[in-house]
Design a protein around this ligand. Structure first.
Ligand code: AVJ
Length: 319
């Protein structure tokens, strides 16, 4: 990456970080989790027994792939399959493989802010599903969507998987989905993966696994600040602290200070009280009624709710 871009990006990272740490209560943005180490740790999280979300959505795709294709293209119409934040495509491959073997007419358009992630995905798909027509697009979701809705007469089907919607509060989710609604055309559809409210112990375990992978993922933010912003966080005097509120469905990850201390970030000093927290992430869980409410508020109609056999997770198809 050219040096100037790197400096600009670090400037945004620095500004966001200082702004969050000067807020009350302190926050850090989850969007900075995903550097190289963060990507690796997230891959490990998806393989943990306690992190049930990935398996649940995978099994929904395995058992419902035919119904999903029929929902997207009831009479064999061609379509764009647009994925927001495609990542490694582990679950999406189940659908892609099936759609290709059914000779569905579609172009797979993964969108990601990371060109690195897109390159890896395109490469692995070229090997596993060589017949697939794929057009990766790097950039902001809405810019790409806007371009697609205006340039193509094809139906657009948007995938937003893995409970990524959970990183928004209800209001933020409503804003995000309303913006999608404004950008798309009639007949377009959305498939959105949502983690359901369930036994709080089960949810909390998914964000506080026994191997400490999620703790390392969360605390990696402090490493990143140390390395990229000249911080001096001592990781020993902070602790991963997730907590779940069954009323709001919000599982929040935080990092807690274990003593009164001061931390230097570049030229700035940030003071922490013992037991003070920095909220790093929200992973919101929904009931099916709340999914219905969200869809209606954003101008969508819920067509299908596809649940896994344990009732942990739902892939909701909207039009
Ligand atoms: C990728 C945002 C869906 O919130 O469950 C996993 C990220 N954080 N473990 C989630 C995550 C801690 C994950 N999402």
């Amino acid at each position: 990456m050219p040096e100037t871009i790197e400096i600009i990006q670090n400037k945004t990272f620095l500004n966001d970080t200082l702004k969050g740490l000067k807020s009350k209560p302190k926050t850090l943005s989850s969007k900075y989790f995903y550097n190289k180490r963060g990507d690796e740790l997230f891959q490990q999280i998806m393989k943990l027994d306690e992190y049930y979300l990935t398996d649940a959505e995978y099994s929904i795709f395995e058992s419902q792939k035919d119904n999903i294709l029929k929902a997207f293209s009831p009479n064999g119409e061609d379509f764009n399959l647009v994925e927001f934040g495609a990542g490694d495509g582990y679950k999406t491959k189940v659908l892609l493989q099936h759609f290709v073997s059914e000779e569905a007419l579609f172009d797979y358009i993964p969108i990601d802010i990371s060109q690195h992630a897109l390159d890896g995905l395109a490469q692995s798909l070229a090997q596993t599903i060589p017949e697939l027509s794929i057009t990766p697009m790097q950039g902001d979701y809405f810019q790409v969507l806007d371009r697609l809705s205006h340039s193509s007469t094809r139906r657009n089907v948007i995938l937003f998987l893995g409970s990524n919607i959970g990183n928004f509060s209800f209001d933020q989710a409503q804003n995000f989905l309303s913006k999608i609604r404004e950008d798309i055309n009639t007949g377009d559809q959305l498939l959105i993966g949502v983690d359901l409210k369930k036994d709080p112990t089960k949810i909390l375990a998914a964000y506080n696994d026994s191997k400490g992978v999620t703790a390392a993922f969360n605390m990696n933010l402090l490493n990143r600040i140390n390395e990229e912003l000249g911080g001096n966080f001592n990781l020993e005097s902070f602790q991963h602290y997730p907590f779940y509120n069954p009323v709001t469905g919000e599982c929040k990850s935080a990092i807690m200070s274990l003593k009164d201390q001061e931390v230097l970030i570049g030229e700035e000093i940030i003071a922490f009280k013992k037991w003070e927290t920095m909220q790093t992430e929200i992973s919101k869980k929904y009931s099916t009624d709340e999914i219905q409410e969200l869809a209606e508020k954003c101008g969508f109609e819920v067509r299908y709710n596809l649940e896994d056999q344990n009732g942990y997770f739902v892939d909701s198809i909207w039009s």
